[in-house]
Design a protein around this ligand. Structure first.
Ligand SMILES: [Fe+2]
Length: 294
C-alpha cells in the first residue's frame, strides 16, 4: 500500500450542499490558510423525462465561492457517477479550476464507450479531464496538500480524496447505518470494494469522512459526516470486524436485487466525458438510450 501523506493538524473548512433530487452531497473544501478551495462531486440538474438540463445546484456552489471571494483550484470527481450528472464544465467555465478524476477512467470509458456505441471521436484516454490521479498522487489547494487514494470496487476508477483531516469517500462507504455502495456495475467487484474500504478505515480514527450520498435510512434526517472510528465500530456492512467473505456474500446477494439507478443512462454518457453533454452530428446536445445493454 502506498504511503499516504496524512496531516491531521490541517483542518479545512468543509461546506456541504445536499441535492434532494439525487441524494448527492457536493462539497466546497477551503484551505484554512488561504482563499483557495476545491469542489468535490458537483451536480448538474436534469429533468430526464423532459430532456431538460439546468444548473440550480451548481449555482449554489458558484454563488458561495463568489460571495466568499475564494479561488477555485480543483473540481474533483471521486468517480464516474451513475446516479447524477457532474456540473464540472459549467463550474469551470464560471470559476476556473482543474477537473480531476482517477486514472482508471480509461477503463470506464472503454466499457461504456462500447455500451453506448460511441464513435472513434470519443477518446478513451481520459483526455477530457485536466488531471488523472494515480494512487498516492498529491496536489495543492492553496497551501493545503491533498492526495488521492485508489479505492476501486464500486467502479474501477474510484478515488477517495484526503485534504488534511477530511476525507471525501465517494461511494466506498455510506454513513454507518447506510453501509456501502453497490459493486455490481461493469468493472465493480465486492471483494475489491472490501479491500478499498479497509484502506479507508486504516486512516486515523479521528479522520472526518464525508459521504457522496445519503438516503436517510429508517426515516432519519439526511447526514453526510462521520469518522473512521465510527465507521469501524458501527458500519452495518463492514464494521465490527466483518470478514471479507461475509461482505462479499452479503454485497453480491443484495446487488442482485437492486434496480438500475434512475439516471444511469444520462449520467454515464455525461460523466465519462468529464461532464460534457454529447452532441449529434450537427453539434446539438443529445443523449442516447441503448436498448437492453445495461
Ligand atoms: Fe457512484
Amino acid at each position: 500500500m502506498a504511503q499516504y501523506p496524512v496531516n491531521m493538524d490541517l483542518r479545512p473548512k468543509v461546506d456541504a450542499f445536499f441535492d434532494e433530487a439525487t441524494n448527492t452531497i457536493s462539497y466546497i473544501v477551503q484551505d484554512p490558510t488561504s482563499d483557495a478551495c476545491a469542489i468535490v462531486d458537483s451536480v448538474m440538474d436534469i429533468d430526464y423525462a423532459a430532456g431538460r438540463i439546468t444548473h440550480d445546484h451548481a449555482d449554489r456552489l458558484i454563488d458561495t465561492i463568489r460571495q466568499r471571494g475564494l479561488t477555485l483550484e480543483w473540481i474533483i470527481e471521486t468517480h464516474v457517477h451513475a446516479d447524477h450528472l457532474s456540473a464540472a464544465p459549467y463550474i469551470q467555465d464560471k470559476l476556473g479550476g482543474k477537473v480531476g478524476i482517477g486514472a482508471n477512467i480509461q477503463l470506464v470509458q472503454d466499457t461504456f464507450g462500447k455500451i453506448f456505441n460511441e464513435g472513434t471521436e470519443f477518446q478513451r484516454d481520459g483526455s477530457q479531464f485536466d488531471a488523472l490521479f494515480q494512487d498516492g498522487d498529491t496536489y495543492t489547494v492553496g497551501h493545503m496538500q491533498g492526495f488521492a487514494m485508489f479505492t476501486p470496487g464500486h467502479t474501477p476508477a474510484c478515488m477517495v480524496h484526503v485534504m488534511g483531516d477530511a476525507a471525501f469517500v465517494g461511494d466506498t462507504l455510506f454513513m454507518p447505518d447506510g453501509g456501502s455502495a453497490r459493486a455490481d456495475f461493469p468493472g465493480g467487484d465486492a471483494g475489491t470494494l472490501y479491500d478499498s474500504i479497509q484502506k479507508v478505515l486504516s486512516l486515523p480514527d479521528a479522520m472526518r469522512l464525508f459521504m457522496c450520498h445519503d438516503y436517510g435510512p429508517n426515516g432519519r434526517d439526511i447526514q453526510w459526516e462521520t469518522t473512521v472510528a465510527e465507521e469501524k465500530a458501527n458500519n452495518i456492512h463492514v464494521g465490527g470486524g466483518k470478514t471479507r467473505e461475509e461482505f462479499i456474500k452479503f454485497r453480491t446477494e443484495r446487488d442482485a436485487q437492486l434496480a438500475m439507478p434512475r439516471l444511469i443512462i444520462p449520467s454515464l454518457q455525461v460523466n465519462m466525458r468529464a461532464g460534457e453533454i454529447p452532441t449529434d452530428q450537427d453539434g446539438n446536445p443529445q443523449l442516447k438510450v441503448p436498448v437492453n445493454k445495461l
